[in-house]
Design a protein around this ligand. Sequence first.
Ligand code: ACO
Length: 332
Amino acid sequence: MVGIDIIGTGSYIPEFIADNEKFSNFLDTSDEWITTRTGIKERRIMTDKPNYYMGIKAAEKAIGDAKIDPKSIDLILVSSCSPDFFYPSMSCLVQKAVGADNAACFDVNSACTGFISALDIAQKYLLTNQYNTILIVATERLSNHLDYTDRSMCILFGDAAGAAVVKKSDKPYYSMLGASGDEFKALYCKVDYKANCPFHEDEMPFYNGLFDTESKKRYLQSDGHAVYKFAVNAMNNAVRKVMEMGGYTIDDIDLVIPHQANLRIIAKATDMLGIDNSKVYTNIQRFGNVSSACIPVALDELKREGRLRNGMKVCFVGFGAGLTYGAIIAEI
Ligand code: ACO
């Protein structure tokens, strides 16, 4: 069995706090509505620096926590659905900043499922012995993607980054990743740029049924109800699948770290699984949905609070645009 040792974690949380009250200053909304429908009380916004800045800060902390020489890092994987550049990949910017001169670099984008996908890629490289030390960073600045006149979406998200350094272990590890491309219209943010190629003709409509209008097309668009329904079932099914792979029952799981999109989604999915609330970690109340950074930020908080014990069976589960989903049960 080849599993993972999480030898270091780190996170970066921007200073600016946007509590629900601040949203009710410019939107027809209220703390009461947001709290009861989503569980969110406040989120952090990166007001003055690019996304990669947060990723680098989280990476530096994870490397410091792991007490490793950055030159010993073999691979850097960055998960982001809100990158600063089309290219280069964010991982190359992290590599330069942390001095991980010997690392291969690429980015992963499965939206909010991104940290789970990256961790699973890392485990596969550790399994083949191609790489020994892997840095995973998830960094998201979704405040760049939001339409702040759309009260149903802009209240949901925040900005943050989380990171982890992983090495090979001989402890159990089970994973599954899935996607339902059929439902891609339920959650998307379209690239909005005009090419100046003289050979281009008017673009044919991409797909029917996208919500784009001229004023909205560069922003995140979502059918909240469709995502909600998908998320509850996908999380439930994914966790059941990995439990079955490992021969676990729900009582064997010590800790669940779910993607933090809505407290009601987490409550419903974990209720369907029959898992005790005390085993489910949430921080959406303080940070909102920080997309793929949710899970590594939570992991870093738990580590710093001394709540990760050797031998614990931890379940990571999430979903995201795509629509994608995935779950991992790893003994840490
Ligand atoms: N404040 C006040 N009223 C609001 C707000 C708001 N911020 N947002 C919507 N409303 C109104 C609506 O306009 C609607 O009013 P109407 O009845 O007069 O038409 C009413 O509240 C009910 O709206 P619903 O959409 O039915 O509210 P719901 O309880 O479903 O909550 C939400 C909406 C929070 C978006 C929910 O559907 C949800 O969490 N969905 C999944 C999460 C999601 O989509 N996340 C996007 C990213 S997913 C990811 O992380 C991968």
